[in-house]
Ligand binder design. Structure first.
Ligand SMILES: [Fe+2]
Length: 256
């Protein structure tokens, strides 16, 4: 049972940042830094002093506020190796398999390239939390800006291997469109039909659909289900290899 408190806050058109707080140690982390004002407002609202800033990838909507947040709080900034565009202001670089201590527990780093080559995700195994940036979304995955389908499939496979009761915090509210697309390629999935209806109800009230349980993603996210016979039938790719199915799903989602 996690003793961490998470406070998710929106910024930009559809981004989410997250504050992670441990009352025992007083440590507080923020996932990504796209908007300094939004992060600092969330910190003020929570009353939690920021100790760590965890950056998933170099895109501006995840890094534009880094310098201002660091200057204001003096936080320790952890982010990926400079495999694509270097990120200014990092105090530590992490890569696949890296571990660091936050709030007296181990945080494991998963390198999940595909959306960008530098992408890292942060896994809090003891607390059953994973922060997936723009790699895995609720019922979707990130666009392939710097990697290819094989690279992204290997990346989402790392996330797919985590326990079902892991809570997935992704960085964008794309779920309503993702749900419609998922239904288009997986129309007979009863759990997906129910989840899509739940998402419609949440969005009608302007409520967040993030985070989600990984176990539910495994059953409803087409990008985690490339071996599924029903999806393959819809695509007309019954005997194709997994990379080809993944590439076709991603391309259809781009056009959707
Ligand atoms: Fe991104």
């Amino acid at each position: 049972m996690s003793t961490l408190e998470c406070f998710q806050f929106p910024y930009g058109s559809d981004n989410y940042g997250v504050l992670i707080h441990d009352s025992a140690s007083g440590d507080t982390a923020c996932i990504d830094a796209g908007d300094a004002d939004a992060a600092l407002d969330a910190l003020n609202a929570s009353g939690w002093p920021l100790t760590h800033l965890l950056i998933t990838h170099h895109h501006a909507d995840h890094t534009a506020g880094l310098a201002a947040i660091k200057a204001k709080t003096g936080c320790h900034v952890i982010g990926p190796e400079p495999l694509s565009k270097p990120i200014a202001g990092l105090d530590a670089n992490v890569s696949d398999g890296s571990e660091f201590t936050f709030a007296n527990r181990v945080v494991s780093v998963l390198h999940t390239p595909g959306h960008t080559t530098d992408m890292v995700n942060f896994y809090f195994a003891d607390d059953k939390l994973v922060f997936t940036g723009d790699t895995l979304f609720s019922m979707g995955c990130g666009r392939l800006f710097e990697g290819d389908a094989a690279m992204m499939l290997a990346s989402v496979a790392k996330l797919n291997a985590l326990p079902d009761d892991t809570l997935v915090y992704s960085a964008h509210e794309y779920t309503a469109t993702n749900a419609r697309f998922a239904l288009a390629v997986d129309p007979d999935n009863a759990l997906l039909q129910q989840r899509a209806a739940d998402v419609t109800a949440l969005r009608a009230k302007n409520l967040a659909t993030v985070p989600s349980l990984l176990g539910l993603e495994k059953q409803t996210n087409p990008f985690l289900r490339v071996g599924d016979a029903g999806i393959r039938k819809t695509l007309g790719m019954a005997d194709a290899d997994d990379v080809a199915v993944f590439a076709e799903l991603r391309e259809r989602r781009n056009q959707y």
